[in-house]
Design a protein around this ligand. Sequence first.
Ligand SMILES: [Zn+2]
Length: 304
Amino acid sequence: MINLEASATIRAILIAIAVLLSGYESSASSWHYQDEEHWPQGCKEGKHQSPIALNARDATLIDFEPFSLNGYGESVTAVLKNNGHSAEIRPKMSGDKPSISGGGFNHTYKLDHLHFHWQSEHVIDRYRFPLELHLVHYAKEFGNLSAALQHPGGIAVLAVMFDLSPDDDAEFEPLVSIIDTLKDKVGQPVNLTNFVIKNFIPRNVAGYYRYDGSLTTPACNEGVIWTVFTNTIPISKEQVKVFDEMRTEDHKILKQNYRSLQSLNERKLYLKRSPLRDNFINSATTHSISVTLLYSLISFIVLY
Ligand SMILES: [Zn+2]
């Protein structure tokens, strides 16, 4: 039989161990998707936060000049790693980094890196996609990502949605097998050869949502220009599954690394419709008008 004094001592020791362990845990990884309430103050108080819900009804139609993409088609070696919050890809360019301009941008933006969210952070027409890719860019004149973060409009993120398809996406396969090997090795870089960024961008980039938002991870810095393409890339259920097995620094399953939806507040959401789709609608309308005219003509001839 344990006397009261001894059991109190044991309890005190257990509490001390628990406190030590919790302290260790929070220092191992400073933030988690499961406790957004503990994210920095700026994430909670900002009024221009990301991600948001996107739909055509809330958007103002806008017409920007076409995008001009340079260097995304090059086949390069890239470094892939599990950074504890996502699978991150950094292309190693021999020359200039890929860059994008046009599309209503006031700067030319250079590509810094790519990373994935599973499931998607943005939702379109209340649909959450299985996977969302972020291509993070900084305005050329600021030289790097951290300097550009200090300026409104200094960062531009292109977001690509992946939608489920019965077939595997062949471009995705080498990536999937590497992610599988580093799912529990946080911070360990692995080389990915013959990586072509363009294969991870929809062929038609003429349709997209545009708004002024933030980084979706702490410190949630605002002044980020978001472009979410409306055309998607197909991916199979098996390929998405590999992301579900990724682990955090403390070896916990990194499941659903997406931030909750934020309010639009006073911001404007813009939609640039793809002219390809508009042409299709126009030609369908034109067709139905000519059919109506033909019927009117026939009935006119029959009547008279
Ligand atoms: Zn992201």
